[in-house]
Design a protein around this ligand. Structure first.
Ligand code: TA6
Length: 287
C-alpha cells in the first residue's frame, strides 16, 4: 500500500520497490526515515523524542521562521526558540498528491498560542514529500504570506544524513565560498577543496552551487540538488563534546555515523509581501 496513515506517522512506500519508503512524523512534519531498498539513509537519535514534547533529534527537521539562536536583531523572531516553531508543532496531514507524494500544512491555527503571539503573522506552509524514484527523495516547502503586511523569514531543511564512518566523508562543491565558521565565530572566505571532519564542524555557506555531493571513500554517496531559493548550506557535525552535551543525542558515538548538510535560506531574511509565495525545493539522490 503506497501511503499508510496512522495517528502520528505517515508512511509512503515506493510503488517501484516495497523496501523503499519514507516515514514522516506529523509533529514537525519531520521525516524520520528514508529507506532505499531497505537501507536507512537518515540518522535518528535513539533518544529522540517522538511524542511531540520536543523537536526530533535527527531525520529532517524543518527550520522556520528563523535559523539559529535569537540574535536580538529581529523582533518578530527573537522570542522564538532556536530554529523557530515549525519543527516543534503538529502539522496537518493534507493528504496524498499521488501514490508517491504526500503533503502537510502549517498555519497559525496549528502553532502554539505563544508562538502565534511571538510571530504574529498570518501564513501558510505546505511541505511536500515525494519519492521521485527508488534512489531519489524530493522535498519542497511553500511559504505563503496570508497577512496584510510583509514578513521576514529563514527556511532550512536540517537533514541528518546517515553515513558509515565520518572519517571517510568529504563534502564537495563548497570550496572557494564565503562562510561563517560557527565554532570559531569567524567569517572565513574559503575552503580550498572538500570539507573533511576531524572535530566539531559547524559552518554556514552563502550562495552555494545548486549541487553538493557528500563523498564516502572518494565516491559520491549522496547528491543534493536544490533550486535557487535554497542558496545557502549549513554543514554540521557535533563531534564528541557537543554530542555529549546534547541530552537527546544518542548513542554518543552517533556523531561518527552522521553528517548534517542542510539546504536553506539562512544568511539573510527573505522578505515576503502579502499574498506572495516562496518555494524551496531540494532533491536527494542516494548514489
Ligand atoms: O545546523 C547547525 C546548528 O545550527 C548547530 O549550531 C547546532 O545547534 C545544530 O544546529 C542543532 O541545533 P538544535 O537546536 O537542533 O540542537
Amino acid at each position: 500500500m503506497p501511503v499508510k496513515v496512522d495517528d502520528t506517522i505517515v508512511t509512503v512506500t515506493s510503488p517501484e520497490s516495497p523496501n523503499t519508503s519514507i516515514e514522516i512524523l506529523k509533529f514537525g512534519a519531520t521525516v524520520l526515515s528514508w529507506k532505499v531498498n531497505g537501507e536507512e539513509k537518515l540518522w535518528l537519535s535513539e533518544h529522540s523524542k517522538l511524542d511531540g514534547s520536543k523537536a526530533v533529534r535527527g531525520g529532517i527537521p524543518l527550520v522556520f521562521p528563523r535559523f539559529g539562536p535569537s540574535k536580538g536583531n529581529h523582533p518578530a523572531t527573537d522570542k522564538l526558540p532556536q530554529h523557530g516553531f515549525a519543527r516543534n508543532n503538529e502539522w496537518e496531514f493534507l493528504g496524498q498528491v499521488d501514490e508517491s507524494t504526500v503533503q502537510f500544512g502549517l498555519s497559525p491555527e496549528e502553532i502554539s498560542k505563544e508562538a502565534q503571539e511571538q510571530w504574529g503573522y498570518d501564513f501558510k506552509l505546505i511541505a511536500t514529500f515525494k519519492l521521485v524514484s527508488v534512489d531519489k527523495l524530493q522535498l519542497s516547502i511553500e511559504v505563503e504570506n496570508l497577512d496584510t503586511k510583509p514578513f521576514d523569514f529563514n527556511f532550512l531543511f536540517h537533514t541528518y544524513f546517515r553515513i558509515p564512518d565520518i572519517k571517510h566523508v568529504q563534502v564537495t562543491n563548497l570550496d572557494n565560498i564565503k562562510y561563517k565558521n560557527q565554532v570559531t565565530n569567524m567569517i572565513e572566505t574559503k575552503v580550498s577543496g572538500p570539507i573533511l571532519f576531524n572535530g566539531e564542524y559547524d559552518s554556514i555557506f552563502e550562495n552555494v552551487p545548486k549541487r553538493i555531493v557528500i563523498d564516502y571513500k572518494s565516491s559520491p554517496y549522496f547528491t543534493i540538488e536544490t533550486n535557487q531559493e535554497l542558496h545557502d548550506a549549513v554543514v554540521w557535525n557535533p563531534w564528541i563534546e557537543k554530542a555529549n552535551s546534547l541530552g537527546d543525542f544518542y548513542p554518543k558515538t552517533g556523531y561518527q555515523h552522521m553528517v548534517c548538510v542542510e539546504n536553506g535560506s539562512v544568511t539573510k531574511f527573505n522578505n515576503l509581501n502579502p499574498g506572495a509565495k516562496w518555494e524551496g525545493v531540494t532533491t536527494f539522490t542516494a548514489n
